[in-house]
Design a protein around this ligand. Sequence first.
Ligand code: 3PY
Ligand code: MG
Length: 259
Amino acid sequence: MTASAPLAPLSRRLRAGETIFMSWCGANDASIAEATAREDFDAALIDMQHGIVDFSTTVQAIALVGLAGKPAIARIPVGDFATASRLLDAGAAAIVAPMINSEADAKNFASFTKFPPVGERSWGPHRAFSLAGLDGEAYFRQANDLQLAIAMIETREALDALDSILDVPGIDGVFVGPSDLSIALTKGAVVDAGHPEVDKALDHIAARCKAKGKVAGAFCMTGKRAKEVAAKGFRLCSISTDGMMMRLGARLELKAARS
Ligand code: 3PY
Ligand code: MG
């Protein structure tokens, strides 16, 4: 990866079948995502759905992660597709959209994330050219391939509509939200990202993505889970979260001090 075009390698590496391990950051501080990017993560995700990060901090995080030579990915709040377009303008290498439950949701998402003829994204990529290392015309020609639209599968309806979501032009892949999926698949009985029903769904999703030539991704609480999920064929795997890693580090060091 070159520091001058940090956005570009994400789509190339995923299309080449490489596995991307990314951090997951919700703090309203761009330097946290940057710090994770300066570790050995392949990418950093900034979470605007459940994180407390605001829009301008997300834009700064995209730039700082880029300065660390890594692609930045953003998760938008549910249905906030206008923000997806703005984050692509700011140079996000991919947008992860939660709760894409139908072909219609997927089409709407793709319309905001892809330029015509695939979608209806409006022109104004103020930071994306430079993070892609391209001039305006070259960026316009390549943007739909370079910046990915990833639909989250986290309900029973989404699982039922999986093939039609994967078939929507402009949808580059899917990303499993295992906690919400466990709630949905157990009809609200538990929240358990490692539930056997979730594992069954993960196998099915990996197989359908492989058959359709689309990227399979999943949220993973731990590095161990990311390794297991990668072995199932998932290529875009998050590991833990900024908050969880901070608590874990604090516990370990305090235990070392007090034991
Ligand atoms: C889920 O597990 O539902 C997620 O959205 C991960 O953040
Ligand atoms: Mg979720």
